[in-house]
Design a protein around this ligand. Structure first.
Ligand code: ZN
Length: 295
């Protein structure tokens, strides 16, 4: 697809339905490159970041942050994505190099990569304690896990679809995106029935991505027969806010004893950001200064 990552928000059926749809190829491919992700890991993180960045726009305040974390007992072990409400998202996979056989339907086996585990949603709204909700993994395929989370933890009937297409030859992400459709509490039976019919007819996000549809077109397919009103369009970006200062503060927390040992080795230390893999180099002199500031 030739356009840049973005998402749209919409309402339908007199605001009985709210809907989100996104194209996220650029950020999924960027994450694949900086983290050196295997195809399964690229698909897993692309799906997770797509769901998380759409959820981020549901938050109320400018400084709110949402983190969605998957922990599993499979070889990929887990993944994490953090987004704000302005379309900025970052993330990583715990074991980024996992290679597995395709699943029974011939697709990347993301569910097998994660195995059994949990999906945790952490909303940091600047209060003392973040809001945390957790559900067991439903299938580990990510979209179904989001759907399950919305129904169990937030009592919001939802349908979530997420897809990432990885090119077979050079393993790059050639398309990514997804949708979230939610029924609001006052939705009437006719609306619910019609939406269920549409969802039954819907094939998959991957099919839509292959056909190079825009997020708007994706919503028009899912919400066919409803009055759809696009209310908002948001640019999406892979964005990491790390800097040397933040990394220094993290180093201060590892303790004086460890810092002393590092200083004794008398060589440069590289610290890489988990989220964007940017490398920060600390000389023995730098480490001494950090040691002085450490508690
Ligand atoms: Zn970073």
């Amino acid at each position: 697809m030739s356009y840049k990552d973005y998402m749209v928000r919409a309402t339908a059926a007199n605001a009985q339905i709210r809907a989100f749809a996104a194209t996220t190829k650029d950020l999924a491919e960027y994450a694949r490159k900086v983290h050196g992700l295997s195809p399964i890991a690229a698909a897993a993180l692309g799906r997770l970041m797509t769901g998380t960045v759409m959820m981020g726009t549901m938050m109320d305040n400018d400084d709110d942050l949402i983190t969605v974390k998957i922990d599993g007992d499979g070889p990929m072990k887990g993944a994490l994505a953090t987004a704000d409400r302005h379309g900025n998202v970052k993330g990583y996979v715990i074991n980024p190099l996992v290679i597995m056989e395709p699943n029974a339907s011939g697709h990347l086996n993301v569910g097998g990569g994660f195995g059994e585990g949990t999906l945790t949603v952490i909303r940091d709204m600047g209060l003392k304690e973040p809001y945390v909700g957790q559900v067991p993994l439903y299938s580990g395929e990510v979209a179904e896990d989001f759907t399950y989370y919305f129904s169990k933890s937030e009592q919001t009937p939802s349908s979530v679809g997420l897809g990432v297409l990885v090119e077979r030859e050079n393993l790059s992400v050639i398309a990514a995106g997804g949708f979230i459709i939610q029924l609001l509490p006052f939705a009437d039976d006719a609306t619910i029935d019609h939406l269920e019919e549409n969802l039954k007819k819907f094939t998959s996000v991957t099919d839509i991505l292959k056909a190079e549809k825009t997020p708007e077109e994706l919503l028009n397919i899912l919400l066919e027969g409803f009055d759809v009103e696009i209310t908002d369009k948001v640019d999406l970006n892979f964005y990491c806010n790390c800097d040397k200062d933040r990394v220094e503060r993290a180093l201060m927390l590892i303790g004086k004893k460890e810092l002393d040992e590092m200083i004794e080795e008398n060589k440069n230390f590289d610290v890489c950001c988990h989220f964007c893999n940017k490398k920060y180099t600390f000389s023995p002199e730098d480490l001494k200064k950090i040691r002085e500031r450490a508690k």
